[in-house]
Design a protein around this ligand. Sequence first.
Ligand code: SF4
Length: 363
Amino acid sequence: MKYWQTLLAQGYNQIETLQDLFGFPPEDIPALQEIQEQYPVFVNPYYLSLIDRADPEDPIKKMSIPSLNELASIGSFDTSGEQSNTVLPGLQHKYRETVLILSTNQCAMYCRHCFRKRLVGLSVNEICSYIGDMADYIRSHEEISNVLISGGDAFMNSNETIRQYLSLLCGIPHLDLIRFGTRTPVVLPQRITSDPELAALLKDYREKKQIFVITQFNHPNEITRESTAAVEMLLSLGIPVRNQTVLLKGVNDDSHVLGLLLKKLTGIGVIPYYIFQCRPAKGVMNHFQVPLSDGYEIVRNAMQMQNGQGKSCRFILSHVTGKIEILGLLEDGSMLFKYHQAKDTANAGRIFTKKLSEGQCWV
Ligand code: SF4
């Protein structure tokens, strides 16, 4: 067994075992067990080791250990209209040039803020089961220039499955690049640093097609010796690493914390390109969303701490209609938005304003 597989095998997926470490109040246990039934719990020993257990407000704990707030019934399970963009099981085609593959429902840690809570660790109904059919679809749509292999976590697939994806996709001439959506550099960097077979296959296919890794660092405490080594290894293979941070209440809703995160990321060679407004997902929005006007101020101040690389990052709301950039607040209190990517091409680049109500978190 490889070291990363050992770490997964030693992971915690039961409230009872986490209880020994975190001492949940006994009266909370039934509700936490109910949450575990609804939204699987899993944290591996590496990510768990980043938690300061003496700190009840620890940001890593908030992202990985369930809380009673997840029981709130408000929100939706499909905030970006993923169902309506699905063209084959596990294949979404929302934007003309991009397709998204849900390659697995497994992750190296189940983030409590995940907007795909409806499927991670649960149903495989939305997961790609016929890679060949998916490749045929992409082959027959010449407008598609790039593929995002996501999940779940794309690097939770076996090396053999990753090879199968790369071998099929690298043979499609109109694809410019292939992206892997994976949080393993952050939550299980050993998946990359302790598996020479994965490194070798990425290197082989990188020579045929440009490969990117898209990851999600949300807090400076996630930038460790181990995660830095994983990033360095990917960069040494010629694979750029780009970051999408989610703005999360109690984790990074502080301009100094967010600014430090972006600064540290550019310092280790990771390009931060999106900060996402947390989506109104069920089990998530109640405790993680930050009001849009506060979020804008946090991001604006965090940007003041950046060099050119960090400043190129955009504050984005991933909407049913497209990726909407949050540009700023006008003097009359309304917010200025711009379609960065639009499902309906008629909206591409469109700028619009909206009056926000007190505490409004979504449009
Ligand atoms: S790694 Fe990604 S898909 Fe998996 S739980 Fe975290 S946010 Fe969701």
